[in-house]
Design a protein around this ligand. Structure first.
Ligand SMILES: NC(=O)c1ccc[n+]([C@@H]2O[C@H](COP(=O)([O-])OP(=O)(O)OC[C@H]3O[C@@H](n4cnc5c(N)ncnc54)[C@H](OP(=O)(O)O)[C@@H]3O)[C@@H](O)[C@H]2O)c1
Length: 299
């Protein structure tokens, strides 16, 4: 397959490129900057909406587009950074769909990143793809982001929404930022620790994306999370166990709020998400439980 890929220089994009190239696919990489040192199966195209639109050649003969671009949420949320979080996702998606509408032949499949943040903060409620959206900042961002992506359906494009949970892997995402504290033995539960965390191993994230790429699955949102979400305190306990370090020093909720401001909702919010659509599709998770997932990465 030939795949146009945005956000490919990031944590998930790099993992995806490795696997796509290993499987013999070719990639048109859309980036805001020139990228070097890539496998020969990757061609780079400059794209920085709204300043630089994607050149139509990037989509020539493409079988699919995977859109992962977006500014990192791991920063203090100010008025300006919140605007950037929204525009880098919503405006970039709008720009991609606009580019598709000018093509004589649009790629038939569009996989657009989204996040389990869609569901907001939901306590112990079990959340599937048919659950309603939440009502906080990340939820409204995800709703608007998905809305822009689904407009591509009017062009006859199949749209799959990748509602991704906390991806565990090395070289990016949440895990590496926690490791130094836990390796020093001064980690511990975050806030009450009762909030649910919906995680997925990076290998399963890539596996799920490949399945959506290669199988003719029903169009819609797909929760990209492991089948066994855990409470946050279980996560910190298992992280300490796998690292053979104590993890008894709790970080109280007020300290997290003071340190991270509104961004603390990412850590303190509760989402008990089940990947119902993926499981229905027959996808077999390599890492269903957290302990085996952490061990594969850290030992
Ligand atoms: N990692 C997770 O646990 C997780 C969880 C839920 C959802 N997601 C979503 O999945 C997508 C990929 O995640 P990731 O962890 O790979 O992210 P990442 O490492 O932060 O990479 C995102 C990529 O987006 C592009 N980008 C960064 N800032 C941008 C901006 N201001 N405007 C336009 N593009 C920008 C960059 O590509 P270029 O520099 O090449 O343009 C960057 O490499 C994101 O949309 C993220 O929200 C990730």
């Amino acid at each position: 397959m030939r795949i146009a890929l945005s956000g490919a220089t990031g944590f998930l994009g790099r993992h995806l490129i490795d696997r796509l190239c290993a499987d013999g696919h070719s990639i048109a990489l859309l980036s805001r900057r020139p990228v070097t040192g890539l496998p020969s199966a990757v061609e780079t195209y400059l794209w920085n909406p709204p300043k630089v639109e994607a050149p139509p050649q990037a989509f020539d003969g493409a079988d699919a587009i995977i859109h992962l671009a977006g500014a990192t949420v791991n920063q203090r949320w100010t008025k300006d950074s919140k605007e950037l979080l929204r525009s880098s996702r919503i405006d970039s998606t709008r720009s991609l769909v606009q580019s598709l509408s000018t093509l004589s032949r649009s790629p038939p499949l569009f996989l657009s990143a989204s996040a389990t943040g869609f569901y907001g903060d939901r306590g112990d409620e079990v959340l599937t793809e048919s659950s309603s959206a939440g009502d906080n900042f990340l939820a409204s961002l995800s709703v608007d982001w998905e809305k822009e992506a689904t407009l591509a359906r009017a062009l006859g494009v199949k749209v799959q929404l990748l509602r991704t949970g906390v991806v565990l892997g090395l070289g990016g995402g949440a895990l590496p930022s926690m490791l130094p504290v836990f390796r020093l033995g001064i980690g511990g539960k975050l806030g009450s620790g009762q909030q649910w965390m919906s995680w997925i191993h990076v290998e399963d994230w890539v596996g799920a994306v490949l399945r959506l790429l290669q199988e003719d699955l029903p169009s819609g949102p797909y929760n990209l999370t492991a089948p066994e979400p855990c409470r946050s305190e279980e996560f910190t306990r298992l992280l300490g166990k796998v690292l053979h370090r104590p993890a008894f020093l709790p970080v109280p909720e007020f300290a997290l709020k003071l340190l991270f401001g509104e961004m603390s909702t990412v850590i303190l919010g509760s989402q008990r998400v089940i990947p119902e659509a993926l499981l229905k599709s027959g996808y077999e998770f390599r890492y269903r439980g957290l302990e085996s997932g952490l061990r594969s990465l850290l030992q």
